[in-house]
Design a protein around this ligand. Structure first.
Ligand code: SAH
Ligand code: MG
Length: 216
């Protein structure tokens, strides 16, 4: 049986603003618990309001490791005013730009998981360039352009430890199913073609790969 979150964690996840459906969240949680056994940190790109972070954080707590979540908190292209995924409540009225950091902090506080998460506010490639710690899990759920998704892969996949997991969200192999472009699908193909990663499971648009070789 894959590990499942306790009811209060699932409730905190469901109560949080965000984009991850429950069944994909359950797959994310099971993968995070499994990867936690490596005793290495678990990292997410794309915090938004902390919905998926709740699950990573609880898995990190159970494993006695830290979850790291990276976001500039200014929103992706499709979340900006006028676009399909925009939520006016995420705009900071003083400066007129999106700021999801306050909502994220409330989500984590309400879930009782603040002690298990380090939130990094910044652009993913800039943070990745400073990174030097092997990771048990990398979850790519950031920007959906080829520029951003590609940079997330190039920046973070090399840090996945041997036996560790690389998770990619919003993988849509059929162009008809895609909502925000197929860049995550192209990243998924790159990971497989690199020979460094092997597919473990697919739950709708969430792909779980394991590092079984060197490089990326
Ligand atoms: N994981 C979240 C959803 C993430 S949405 C959930 O479960 O609901 C994608 C997020 O990626 C947005 O908050 C956006 O600000 C962030 N993002 C997009 N491109 C980024 C980049 N280059 N660096 C850092 N964050 C980025
Ligand atoms: Mg997503």
């Amino acid at each position: 049986m894959p590990a499942a979150p306790k009811p209060e964690i699932l409730a905190a996840f469901e109560a949080a603003k965000g984009f991850m459906p429950v069944h994909e969240g359950l797959a994310l949680y099971a993968a995070a618990v499994e990867a936690g056994a490596l005793g290495l940190p678990l990292l997410e790109v794309g915090t938004y309001c902390g919905r998926s972070t709740v699950l990573l954080a609880d898995a990190a707590r159970a494993a006695g490791v830290t979850a790291i979540t990276v976001d500039h908190h200014r929103g992706s292209e499709e979340q900006q005013p006028g676009w399909d995924y925009h939520d006016p409540q995420t705009v900071d009225p003083e400066i007129g730009l999106m700021d999801t950091l306050p909502t994220f902090r409330r989500t984590l506080h309400k879930a009782g998981l603040e002690d298990h998460v380090v939130a990094v506010v910044g652009r993913s490639p800039q943070v990745a360039a400073l990174w030097g710690t092997p990771l048990g899990l990398v979850f790519i759920d950031g920007g959906h352009t080829d520029e951003h998704a590609g940079a997330d892969y190039e920046g973070w996949a090399p840090h996945v430890a041997e036996g560790g997991l690389l998770l990619i969200h919003d993988v849509f192999p059929e162009p008809a199913d895609e909502f925000t472009g197929q860049a995550p699908y192209r990243v998924y193909l790159r990971a497989l073609e690199s020979g460094a990663f092997t597919e473990v499971s697919a739950t709708d648009s969430l792909r779980v790969l394991r590092r079984t070789g060197a490089g990326s």
